[in-house]
Design a protein around this ligand. Structure first.
Ligand SMILES: [Zn+2]
Length: 239
């Protein structure tokens, strides 16, 4: 599978996913339709499926326009307010792109109905606003306990798994991580690397499970209480 980032709004990434063998294309969390259609057209790809990780408008705002323009089907979490949804996804369901199979897991915390899509054979996961590089989503609907457990399910994937979050938050997350865990050399090194990338305007994603286990304080938290303390500290942290 070929995966292309389409920047949207100030810091969203919409992921275009293309399978060369079947010629099929899907889009993950299209908050906006126009940049997605432009990128797909530039590449000669036709979008057949829309996959949403959660209902927030910056992830679903382009659903209806894309559906109208391409006839794509919309798959999203069962409980959510997903515009144009054709298929409701819950734990254990699957999405398919050609021969590639994505397994649905429920990862509540950021929203109650948040899902992630795990392409086990490809070692790829679309994680929405649950896990960010060196960080995690805010708790808008769920509890710290739910988010801690959800992050754990992603962090237990094979270390080489590439993770595709939906926002470029890495620099702010890295600064918080360095503040929260100043003795961690892997975090200090990654902060330097991320600063250089962002100075050059370069994307910092995808990340990997291995990198997150080493440098993500929320993944590294050893219990719910520690996670909850970190999450509220990050909410008020100004780098
Ligand atoms: Zn969100």
């Amino acid at each position: 599978m070929e995966i292309v980032s389409v920047p949207a709004f100030t810091d969203n990434y919409i992921w275009l996913v293309h399978d060369g063998e079947s010629g099929e294309t899907a889009v993950v969390d299209p908050g906006d339709a126009a940049p997605v259609l432009a990128e797909a057209q530039r590449r000669g790809w036709t979008i057949g499926q829309i996959w949403n990780t959660h209902w927030h408008p910056d992830h679903t705002g382009g659903n209806l326009a894309l559906k109208k323009a391409t006839g794509a089907t919309v798959s999203g979490p069962a409980g959510g307010r997903i515009p144009g949804r054709d298929a409701a996804l819950a734990e254990g369901d699957e999405v398919r792109l050609g021969d590639h199979v994505g397994r649905v897991i429920e990862v509540p915390g950021h929203t109650l109905d948040h899902i992630a899509l795990l392409f086990d054979d490809d070692r790829i996961a679309f994680v929405g606003d649950t896990l960010f590089a060196m960080g995690c989503g805010r708790l808008f609907e769920g509890t710290a306990a739910q988010m801690y457990s959800s992050l754990g399910r992603i962090a237990e994937l094979p270390p080489a798994t590439r993770l595709y979050p939906a926002h470029e938050y890495t620099l702010a997350n890295a600064r918080f991580a360095a503040h929260a865990d100043p003795a961690n050399r892997a975090i200090a090194e990654r902060l330097g690397a991320v600063e250089a990338l962002r100075q050059a305007g370069t994307i910092t994603l995808p990340t990997t499970v291995a990198q997150e286990r080493e440098t993500n304080p929320f993944v590294r938290a050893t219990n719910e209480e520690e996670f909850a303390r970190l999450r509220s500290a990050k909410d008020s942290f100004r780098s």
